[in-house]
Design a protein around this ligand. Structure first.
Ligand SMILES: [Zn+2]
Length: 582
């Protein structure tokens, strides 16, 4: 028995999984369960299921699932212990148990240490900024950029002084292992030994995860030197392109408005926040990633991406269209007037004008076509190029209605007959889906196996949804009816529990299995509806008992084949017991 069982149990009793997951994924009630778009794989139709009765989640698409801890670990990329600590803290449940050392613990201890060092560094940068003397250049810069005191403190902005050893000294003075600070990406080892500061002479922007921890930093120069931005490199706690900047502070506003405004830079985000627009995140100067889109789509119905007027902005817009199409998040695009970024625009023109731009923004799809149609080249050549770029994206849309809608729009915009667009699209689909065809064929060829599995599934469904049936099913030895290895494994454990404890409950059953296939099978049965009503249970049990008897009879006949004496004994025994109803 793991020794942290009781804290875990307490958390499970206190926290509601629908509420916890609902903070990150938009869930809609569907029967007794809740459904939403899976945060772990790209999908446009919800197959991510959360069951309040079972306190578990399961995605029928990518097969990820489990309890509240499994979700917290997968979503935040944490170990079990870290998830346990997080949730215990959230629900004010004390952790009283001692944890046994393990590989997992080592990893989670390292991450904890790195987060602690990041936190210390953030404090150091903050203090340096507020120091009247050393912080002066950065304070001046922020004042010039019209960043208010409130924003500076809310986002914990700081200053890394223009020195080689400012932070290094500070951390040393606080008895921090410098090697660990190096692992956090804050300082860099020197060739002859010792370390030097990575960030020098920069305004510092701590980057937060959704739990509010400082996972890394972005630093911006005060002048025109290069590189303009410097970010924390990949570390055990910081993964580039994982979190859009500012999401920790804006997700509530994003959910409230059903809208997220995506900008490129830190300064753009802070300027918009200062003017009162809270539903905004920034991509940290890198291109938008699928991970970004997947993180924000849990909070919003729509995204508006704001691009600078320059060519790079347009390129970024073109690259981001497939991301939004693939994740099924409607998106629009705003391009600012020449020479502006969101920061300069909102400071010069005010928020109402910026909001007007958002309101009038065209869909990302139309924006894409607008840009493409402006490109050089003769009519036909350009049209072919556009089709070549956009049809593969459209062909991946699983929703047929959406696909034909876009096809119609495409034909209208580039002046090619809709039939032509559609038939081209079909060609592409045919070529792309050789994998799908293979799966289809494999499915048909293994249909007989699937049918058997349905029998297994019925038995499992009965056991999990009507645990009271276990006693009779166990006595009837109906495990012999199962052909699916995963189902058999689960039934064996259920019967074993029944033998030992005289009862079993489906809660926490998953913990008994290490094999992912078995766990998936169990979750799918658990979140499914019961296939038998209460009235039908008795008859279902009888039918299964009867099937088990037949199976036993057939097996014994096979065993005694060629042994007349044994066959006789068997027939004699059957006469006494009564024959099976064949
Ligand atoms: Zn999934």
């Amino acid at each position: 028995m793991p020794n942290h069982q009781s804290t875990k149990e307490q958390i499970k009793r206190t926290a509601d999984i629908v509420q916890v997951i609902g903070q990150f994924v938009q869930l809609k009630k569907a029967g007794k369960n809740f459904m939403g778009l899976c945060p772990f794989h790209a999908e446009k139709a919800p197959s991510f299921t959360v069951s309040p009765d079972r306190q578990m989640f399961h995605c029928f698409g990518c097969k990820k699932g489990g309890d509240i801890f499994a979700f917290w670990m997968a979503y935040h990329g944490l170990s079990f212990l870290e998830a346990l600590k997080d949730l215990a803290e959230r629900y004010h449940i004390p952790i009283t148990e001692a944890f046994s050392p393990s590989e997992e613990k080592k990893k989670s201890r390292l991450r904890e240490t790195l987060l602690k060092i990041n936190e210390m560094a953030a404090l150091y940068f903050q203090r340096t900024l507020s120091d009247a003397e050393t912080g002066n250049p950065a304070a001046d810069y922020l004042k010039k950029r019209a960043i208010s005191k409130e924003i500076i403190s809310e986002f914990r902005l700081g200053y890394a002084p223009d020195k080689w050893d400012g932070l290094t000294h500070y951390l040393e003075g606080h008895k921090i292992e410098l090697e660990k600070a190096g692992q956090a990406g804050l300082i860099i080892p020197k060739k002859g030994g010792g370390y030097y500061d990575r960030f020098r002479g920069r305004v510092m922007f701590p980057i937060f995860d959704l739990r509010g921890h400082v996972i890394g930093f972005g630093g911006r120069v005060l002048d025109t030197s290069l590189p303009k931005y410097l970010n924390t490199p990949e570390t055990p706690v910081f993964h580039k392109g994982e979190f859009p900047y500012g999401l920790h502070a804006s997700f509530k506003a994003i959910r409230q408005k059903g809208l997220v405004v995506i900008v490129e830079g830190y300064m753009d985000l802070l300027a918009l926040r200062r003017h009162g627009l809270d539903e905004v995140v920034a991509t940290l100067g890198t291109a938008l990633t699928a991970e970004h889109v997947r993180k924000v789509k849990g909070y919003t119905k729509e995204a508006v991406v704001v691009f600078d007027s320059d060519e790079a902005g347009k390129d970024a817009a073109l690259r981001s269209l497939p991301l939004f199409l693939n994740e099924g998040l409607p998106a629009r695009a705003v391009v600012l007037p020449d020479g502006h970024d969101p920061d300069s625009f909102v400071n010069a023109e005010g928020l109402p004008k910026f909001l007007a731009l958002l309101r009038d923004a065209s869909s990302m799809f139309d924006f894409f076509l607008d840009q493409k149609l402006k490109e050089k080249g003769s009519g036909i050549e350009r049209k072919v190029r556009i089709l070549k770029e956009i049809l593969p994206v459209l062909s991946q849309l699983r929703n047929a209605a959406q696909r034909s809608l876009y096809a119609g729009r495409l034909s209208e915009r580039i002046g090619i007959k809709e039939e032509v667009v559609l038939s081209e699209l079909k060609e592409i689909k045919k070529n792309l889906s050789s994998g799908a065809l293979e799966r289809d064929l494999t499915g048909r060829l293994t249909a007989s196996k699937v049918e058997k599995k349905i029998g297994d599934f019925q038995l499992l469904n009965l056991l999990v949804h009507h645990p009271e049936a276990a006693t009779r099913l166990k006595d009837a030895d109906c495990g012999t009816l199962l052909s699916d290895a995963a189902a058999l494994k689960i039934v064996e454990v259920i019967f074993e529990k029944y033998r030992r404890e005289g009862r079993f409950s489906p809660e926490n059953l998953e913990e008994n299995f290490d094999n992912e296939e078995v766990r998936t099978c169990l979750r799918e049965v658990m979140v499914a509806d019961s296939i038998y009503s209460d009235q039908e249970v008795k008859q279902a049990i009888q039918e299964i008992e009867e099937k088990a008897r037949q199976k036993r009879f057939a097996d014994s006949v096979r065993e005694v084949k060629g042994d007349p004496e044994a066959l006789n004994r068997l027939l004699q025994k059957l006469k006494e017991q009564g024959p099976p109803n064949l």
